[in-house]
Ligand binder design. Structure first.
Ligand code: FRU
Length: 449
């Protein structure tokens, strides 16, 4: 049987295209996830909001599309519902999103306007009849203006942050409102250096964690040509942000547009879109594209953001007896590329690799350095080298068919990749590492109800 790239515990669209997570919220005893969705084919196109619910963040039930694009002129019109967020108000579920108007069809129209929709059952949504609620950016010089992330402030007002670009400078904008319908521009929270970053910030999120404020956003770094998630921790007073520490949310190149929410247990949980822009042809052949990351619980330690898989993941991780070992190799075929490796190590330098007859992934660790190489069809397809802020002491690597997420030093650093093997890996090889330093656990989840 042909190897399937479909994950077993990472949310994906079954059919069609998925990008950013939207409107993450715990509402009426369920986790809700909306997402950028093109149901017609596994390519980006006129955006809808797909919708799913869950009790535990790992078993999901797909619901009908929550928001459809406005009427289209013709098949070339890619106007649609861009990213946004959710909030509960008076028992109703409100969605705040960007209405995107395709400039080639709407020539003299604002390209992006902020709108709301609401629902009393969390399933059927009605767009507000007086949309948009923010019709223009603060000045005419903005070329991008989207992705509202809304929250209820401690001073009993609603706030939202928006991603934007003004005169080729990426900016995060802050707005406030008494009622979600009338919004006022407050301030610019941060500006990017145009020498270093592309001229737009996308998908910002801003929240308090411990006694600090955290700003998360997505942007393109010019010299590396990579589009990544970043975070800044600092202080927020009145309507001004005072940054203290800048970091990369994830070292990998394959995660973007992450969004967070606060759940009923008081956890700040992050989910990101995991995708390889240049290589998604491999899953397109199966009729779908894009997965979500493992939901990660956030905390803060000395200004550093710590990310760990939410504890619900332990419900379906099985402790297995050590598979057979021969010459520093474990046999892992029966794990079917759905497993977790845990490495607690005192050696400064070691290597592990996984392989089948055509493909191989190699993780080489040396003190603070991590190098990852992907060999596909016996050819080197991808390699990246990361220099960490502290020595690598422990790793947890979660594999799920076509991705892995590495949590290093108990979540101080995370690195996410999509991978495209032809078959299950059959061997796990290790060098300079005693077998007792490696724990292998099978993951056994059924993703959809
Ligand atoms: C980020 C993004 C958002 C936008 C959405 C459109 O991936 O470009 O800025 O709202 O995707 O699908």
């Amino acid at each position: 049987m042909k190897y399937s790239l479909k994950p077993k515990y990472h949310f994906f669209p079954i059919t069609g295209w998925l990008n950013d997570p939207n409107g993450l919220i715990y509402y009426k005893n369920k986790y809700h996830m909306f997402y950028q969705f093109n149901p017609s084919n596994p390519e980006w196109g006129a955006m809808h909001w797909g919708h799913a619910i869950s009790d535990d963040l790992f078993k999901w039930k797909h619901l009908p599309v929550a928001l459809y694009p406005e009427k289209t002129f013709d098949d070339n019109d890619i106007s649609g519902i861009f990213s946004g967020s959710a909030i509960e108000k008076d028992g109703n579920l409100f969605l705040m999103y960007t209405q995107f108007f395709d400039p080639k069809c709407y020539e003299n129209h604002e390209k992006e306007q902020q709108c709301i929709a609401f629902s009393s059952n969390g399933i059927d949504f009605e767009k507000y009849s007086k949309n948009p609620v923010i019709s223009t950016p603060p000045t005419k010089l903005f070329h991008d203006f989207r992705d509202p992330k809304v929250w209820w402030g401690e001073d009993s007002k609603y706030y939202c942050v928006l991603g934007s670009g003004e005169e080729n400078i990426g900016k995060v904008l802050l707005y406030s409102s008494e009622d979600l319908k009338k919004w006022e521009f407050e301030n610019t929270l941060i500006k990017m250096d145009p020498e270093e970053f592309e001229p737009i910030i996308e998908c910002p999120d801003f929240f308090k964690l411990g006694n600090k404020w955290v700003l998360i956003f997505s942007a393109g770094f010019l010299t590396e040509g990579a589009r990544k998630n970043y975070y800044v921790t600092g202080n927020f007073e009145k309507n001004k942000f005072f940054p203290e520490y800048y970091g990369e949310l994830d070292l990998g190149n394959d995660i973007y547009a992450s969004q967070t929410f606060l759940d009923e247990k008081g956890r700040r949980i992050l989910i990101g879109w995991v995708h390889t822009p240049e290589r998604y042809n491999y899953t397109k052949e199966e009729g779908w594209a894009g997965i979500m990351s493992i939901p990660r619980k956030l905390s803060i330690n000395n200004g550093l953001l710590i990310q760990e898989p939410v504890e619900e993941i332990n419900n379906f991780i099985e402790n297995i007896e050590k598979p057979e070992i021969k010459n520093d190799t474990f046999s892992i075929k029966e794990l079917e590329n759905c497993f977790m490796l845990e490495i607690d190590n005192s050696n400064e330098k070691f290597e592990i690799s996984l392989e089948n007859s055509k493909d191989k992934i190699i993780f080489s660790i040396s003190s603070r350095d991590l190098e990852i190489t992907e060999i596909r069809n016996k050819k080197k397809e991808y390699r990246d080298f990361y220099h960490l802020e502290s020595e690598i002491k422990n790793l947890r690597i979660f594999f799920d068919k076509s991705s892995f997420e590495v949590f290093i030093n108990s979540g101080e650093t995370v690195c996410t990749w999509r991978i495209y093997p032809h078959d299950n890996y059959s061997k796990l090889n290790f060098k300079d590492l005693p077998p007792e330093a490696i724990k292998i656990r099978k993951i056994n989840n059924s993703l959809f109800d």
